[in-house]
Every structure is written in structure tokens, then in C-alpha cells.
Write a protein that binds this ligand. Structure first.
Ligand SMILES: [Zn+2]
Length: 253
């Protein structure tokens, strides 16, 4: 990995369910073990901002770990694995859904609801060093909303999380990674950074309000994950090549 590039990993649920928002606990554990084995350290999003601004250099290889949606299995399954390694993560919360289920998925065929963490658990995790970011109030595509309603989603999610954790919220993840010029300018007024769903490594030159991430579902096969991490001086295209190979593996021609 070049010094001016950094992987921001994106997870959702760590569970046995099907679909791209689930990674099994066993695979998650192995992905972390491979990260450690390849000599990576985990840094926080605020450390990332300092690095991106050129105010700090990183010694060795670093990644940021993020989880979208605040599933209950973050607390029960993912966090113990991270804690055992002394690693941190940022969890993006749809503030109006906390203590409920992922009902924004309910239109999907075969939908089985998944529980989200409650505020008490979130507060305990914040006390243990987990960083929480905002993911809107209702997990709605902000680009489809009237400006005032979109703005409320951006402002109100931050306010509620800060109220419950007692800590500043610096980061935002727009639901579905969807932004437009207006949404972006409103996020910029409230937050230090925003992460998106565009698949790439983050660089010092990346847009701080639409930072690319690595969707870890693509790396549920462990060999390509190790290969990807090991390529210290990889080119921009390596990630795309690995993904092409993976697609061929998943959907044989
Ligand atoms: Zn989401």
C-alpha cells in the first residue's frame, strides 16, 4: 500500500444472514487476523483526518474500520473481536431507528428484520472507546427529500447521537452513499468528513465529503484479502483486478 493511500473498510452486519450486508462471524474474525498478520494497525477516523490534512505521518500500514447501520451484532459479535486486539471502529447510526430494526429494507423480497443496538448499549460502547458517526435519522436517500427535510436528517442525527453519548460526532455516512451538491454542502456545515460507498482506497487527494471505502463483502474469500493487503507497492488498478477475479469466481462465465 502506498504511503499516500489508506483503506477505510466498510462492514454492516456480522452475522450468518445472506446478502452483501452480512459477513459471518468466522470470516470477520479471519479478516481481522489477516490484517494483523500483514502488519496493519487500525486508526480512528479523526486520526485519518489529521493524516489526510498532512498534519501527521503514519508509521506502517494503517486502516480505518467502519460499520454502517448499528446492528446489534456489532455489540455482541464484532466489538469483542476488535476489543481483543485493542482496535477501534466507527459505527454510523440511523438515529431515529435505534432500538428498532432495519425496516428501511422491508420492501426487499425475503426481508427478515435485523435488530439494531439500543441507546444504552451505544453509550456503553462509547465509554469503551467506540466512535459513533451519523447515518441520518430515518435511513432515507437524502437526495430524494425536500431540502429542509434533508437538512433535518443531517442535523438531527448528529444532535441525538451527541446527546446520548456525550461526545462530539464528527463523521457522517449518507444512507446508500447517495449525495448531491446540496446534501454535501449541508453535511459540510455540520461534520468534519463523510464516507461514501464508492469502492476505492482513500488518498490525501480524496474528497473529504465522499471518502471511498472498501466493501468487505467483496473480500469474504480470504485468499484475495491477504493478497490485496500484501501488495505493498500496488498500483491503482490492483483493487479493480482483484474485484474482476472475484466476480469471475462468484459468477462464473
Ligand atoms: Zn445504511
Amino acid at each position: 500500500m502506498k504511503e499516500h493511500e489508506l483503506n477505510i473498510l466498510m462492514y454492516h452486519s456480522i452475522s450468518e444472514g445472506s446478502g452483501p450486508t452480512c459477513i459471518s462471524p468466522h470470516i470477520f474474525k479471519e479478516q481481522l487476523a489477516i490484517l494483523a498478520d500483514c502488519g496493519y494497525q487500525v486508526i480512528s477516523l479523526s486520526d485519518f483526518v489529521t493524516w489526510k490534512g498532512g498534519k501527521r505521518e503514519l508509521t506502517g500500514r494503517s486502516v480505518v474500520i467502519t460499520f454502517d447501520d448499528g446492528f446489534k451484532d456489532f455489540a455482541t459479535t464484532a466489538f469483542p473481536e476488535l476489543q481483543a486486539r485493542g482496535w477501534t471502529a466507527t459505527v454510523f447510526l440511523p438515529a431515529g431507528k435505534i432500538g428498532g430494526v432495519d425496516d428501511w429494507e422491508s420492501n426487499r423480497s425475503g426481508y427478515l428484520s435485523r435488530s439494531l443496538m439500543d441507546w444504552k448499549t451505544i453509550q456503553e460502547l462509547a465509554d469503551l472507546g467506540v466512535d459513533f458517526g451519523a447515518h441520518g435519522v430515518n435511513h432515507t436517500d437524502l437526495t430524494t427529500l425536500a431540502p429542509e427535510i434533508a437538512r433535518r436528517e443531517i442535523v438531527e442525527s448528529k444532535r441525538r447521537i451527541e446527546e446520548h453519548t456525550g461526545r462530539p460526532v464528527i463523521s457522517f455516512a449518507p444512507p446508500y452513499g447517495r449525495i448531491n451538491a446540496f446534501v454535501k454542502s449541508e453535511i459540510r456545515k455540520e461534520y468534519l468528513l463523510a464516507v461514501g460507498t464508492q469502492l476505492d482506497r482513500a488518498r490525501r487527494t480524496s474528497d473529504l465529503y465522499d471518502l471511498p471505502r472498501i466493501e468487505m463483502w467483496y473480500f469474504r474469500y480470504l485468499r484475495p484479502w491477504r493478497t490485496y493487503l500484501k501488495q505493498g507497492s500496488s498500483t491503482y488498478f490492483t483493487l479493480k483486478q482483484i474485484l474482476r477475479q472475484l466476480r469471475a469466481h462468484v459468477f462464473p462465465p
